[in-house]
Design a protein around this ligand. Structure first.
Ligand code: HEM
Length: 496
């Protein structure tokens, strides 16, 4: 019996190597060089299944090539790890296209019908994207959306202060709840679909199976089951939109229906946006809190900056202290530096493009074959010493120096995150209020970095384990309000 097992294993390994060799034969020498996998045939596929886009950090460390090919059985993934190639890839956006993914995510993530997905085949996808971008541009409607979000943040931080008693919290659970609650108030209005805690819980459980669902390997239907809870709540919400529903939701629902989508399919598109909204903002906030509060002297400097430029104190502590959002956005460079440095070091996203026709890039140097995928891995660029200098934990939070075409936290043009101003305002506001109101200590005494949750589909990974913190109110914690300021004020974030 033992011999049979050994022979079978040897046979399988031999077959894998032969098929791997066969893959080599279909490779065109003008394509980026193949990077062999450690396990023949399926090694890269396994790596991507296990680590998601973070796998490209590992493969990128094994080569000095600017772009290389990973064979994943039936298809190839070209991985670009080069800042130089970013604008070159952008120029070829007609045939290196983000468009096909709008349809893929509509089908796989939102659970849209085939008829609804087909709408995204033609030029409608550009019109739709434009409507979303315009509705998220700074202006008075954005101020209203920000104000609803800000009031929700104030109330959740106030709840943490707990009348001066403070609380023990799980950082992940707390950031997840804050982002769902505050972002939903901004986008859906104060009576939003996630007010029901079961809908919020279902959303986060769904995220744990999202990658399996995208890869059609959610064999037990867990993701579908949880998503249905969210879809049902959002469909109900969409039946009668509110007076304080944001412009972006109203506009999106309108154009989708005008284009011919059914009511239910259009509503499910909102579920999709929740993945982009909550899934990315939560880990960004989590690590921003982590990076700032684990460095006491930096935290003190940030507090000083906030007090000097963005806060008006009610000295008698009988009325409200006021945080000036416009000043927070524009007059707190240290805070912004810590935020962007957090994004730089924690980013794992790789922007994806489908090769829709054989395409030569870089003056004919590399051929990308039709039907395959291109991923622009952000992390190798974010960690490039040539661009950013050496990265040591905690070394440079206070001195983020913008580097053009080397910061991919919000994607790369023409597909930059359209909600980046809203999201940046939300996390900066939350961290500012925490900084001035609270001291935060890890329950075990140390800020010990947790393992990461590699099955997330997000620009930054969440931790794999909960981390308990004690929150102690600082002297002077009290009632807060925000001043919104000029409608067009923007956070000076680096993007693209
Ligand atoms: C800190 C929070 C956020 C981060 C780090 C982030 C990051 C990103 C990134 C990297 C992309 C590019 C994806 C790619 O090309 O593969 C993107 C696109 C997008 N994001 Fe965000 N995002 C955040 C928050 C949000 C929020 C709150 C929304 C709410 C509507 C949102 C909506 C979108 C949409 C609609 C796109 C697609 C843009 C397009 O089709 O061109 N994101 N985001």
């Amino acid at each position: 019996m033992l011999y049979e097992i050994v022979y079978a294993l040897v046979g399988l390994v031999g077959l894998a190597y032969s098929l791997d060799y066969a893959l080599d034969l279909r490779y065109d020498a003008r394509e980026p060089k193949r990077l062999p996998s450690r396990i023949p045939l399926i090694g890269h596929l396994l790596g991507i299944v296990k680590y998601g886009t973070a796998y490209y950090n590992q493969t990128s460390e094994r080569t000095a090539d600017e772009i290389y090919t990973l064979d994943c059985v039936a298809l190839k993934i070209y991985v670009s790890r080069s800042r130089r190639l970013i604008p070159i890839i952008q120029k070829a956006s007609k045939t290196l296209s983000f468009r096909p993914f709008v349809k893929v995510v509509a089908r796989e993530m939102a659970g849209n019908s085939e008829e609804a997905c087909d709408l995204f085949d033609g030029s409608f996808v550009d019109e739709y994207s434009q409507v979303v971008k315009s509705a998220l541009l700074p202006g008075t409607h954005q101020d209203d959306q920000n104000l609803r979000m800000a009031h929700s943040v104030i109330s959740l931080v106030d709840d943490l202060v707990n009348g001066g008693k403070g609380k023990t919290i799980g950082l992940l659970e707390w950031t997840q709840h804050l982002i769902v609650e505050a972002t939903s108030c901004g986008f859906f209005g104060v009576e939003h679909p996630f007010k029901d805690p079961e809908v919020e819980r279902a959303f986060w459980r769904w995220q744990l199976y999202l990658r399996s669902q995208m890869a059609s390997v959610d064999f037990f239907g867990k993701a579908n089951q949880e998503r249905e809870v969210v879809n049902k709540a959002i469909i109900e919400y969409c039946r009668k939109l509110k007076d304080d529903t944001s412009k972006v939701v109203l506009d999106r629902q309108r154009v989708l229906k005008v284009a011919g989508m059914t009511f239910e399919d259009a509503a499910k598109q909102e579920t999709l946006f929740c993945v982009a909204m909550f899934g990315n903002t939560t880990p960004t906030l989590y690590w921003f809190i982590w990076e700032l509060f684990s460095r006491p002297s930096l935290l003190e400097e940030v507090r000083r900056e906030l007090e000097e430029h963005a806060i008006t104190r009610d000295k008698a502590n009988q009325g409200e202290h006021v945080l000036d959002i416009a000043a927070l956005k524009t007059r707190c460079p240290l805070m912004l530096s810590v935020f962007q440095e957090t994004q730089r070091i924690h980013h794992v996203h790789a922007n994806i493009r489908k090769v829709t026709a054989d395409t030569f890039i870089d003056n004919g140097r590399y051929l990308l074959r039709k039907g395959n995928y291109l991923q622009m891995a952000g992390s190798p660029i974010h960690y490039s010493e040539e661009i950013w200098g050496p990265t040591q934990a905690g070394s440079k939070e206070a001195s983020f120096v913008p580097q053009p075409s080397a910061f991919m936290a919000w994607g790369t043009p023409p597909h930059l995150c359209p909600a980046r101003q809203f999201a940046a305002t939300e996390v900066m506001l939350t961290v500012a209020l925490l900084a001035v109101e609270c001291d935060i200590f890890p329950n075990g005494g140390q800020w010990k970095s947790p393992t990461l949750r590699y099955n997330d589909v997000a620009a930054i990974l969440s931790p794999g384990k909960e981390f308990e913190l004690q929150v102690k109110p600082r002297r002077g914690a009290g009632k807060w309000d925000v001043k919104m300021g000029m409608g067009k004020t923007q956070v000076n974030i680096l993007s693209g």
